[in-house]
Design a protein around this ligand. Sequence first.
Ligand SMILES: CC(C)(COP(=O)(O)OP(=O)(O)OC[C@H]1O[C@@H](n2cnc3c(N)ncnc32)[C@H](O)[C@@H]1OP(=O)(O)O)[C@@H](O)C(=O)NCCC(=O)NCCS
Length: 189
Amino acid sequence: MSLPVRNRLARWTWGLAYAFLFRPSPIPCHAWRRSILRLFGARVGRGAHPYPCCRIWAPWNLTLGDHSCLGNGAECYSVAPVTLGAHATVSQGSQICTATHDYNDPAFPLVSRPVSIGPRAWVAAEAFIGPGVNVGEGAVVGARAVVVKDVPPRAVVAGNPARIVKWRRYEHQCLDPDSQRREEPAPLS
Ligand SMILES: CC(C)(COP(=O)(O)OP(=O)(O)OC[C@H]1O[C@@H](n2cnc3c(N)ncnc32)[C@H](O)[C@@H]1OP(=O)(O)O)[C@@H](O)C(=O)NCCC(=O)NCCS
């Protein structure tokens, strides 16, 4: 499936801005990169840290909450919307992937679903978050985990496929009173 010309032109323009303005900027220049992302339609909160080597497919589909962080080498394949809540962190080398293909259709169409990473959640290094996944508030996704199902608030998940290994002891006051759960580890499925 080919994407509309308008989309391809916008991504080509973004590619130039990324190569010449965003990627070469010194690490501390988060405000500069926030401005570039806003120019390309991203919703970017106060104090967000988009690191220079993160990769964003379409900034107009990206929302970065206040003080959230998109680390170096994090790949944001934002064919559909990607939302990082306030204080959420996506560490280096992680892949936030909003699209797949319908492999049963001979035309092999692109199918996309939004991904959200909840407030204060942490996606650790080189984890994969698949299309349609919601990572709950304060959850932790372990390094190199493969997450294809929603992660409950405060769960710590790891492995491929990701399973709950423990629950986070959370000292910050929770932003969402409905997510005050503490349960025994259970399989994600
Ligand atoms: C997920 C994580 C935070 C959990 O740390 P922890 O609370 O100390 O967890 P534990 O070491 O007690 O592990 C609990 C269980 O999960 C398993 N586990 C932990 N992390 C795992 C991972 N990434 N992949 C697979 N299994 C993992 C442990 O083997 C252990 O299993 P067991 O109970 O059968 O022995 C940590 O393992 C991790 O992945 N850290 C990320 C490091 C990183 O990305 N650093 C870059 C920072 S910017």
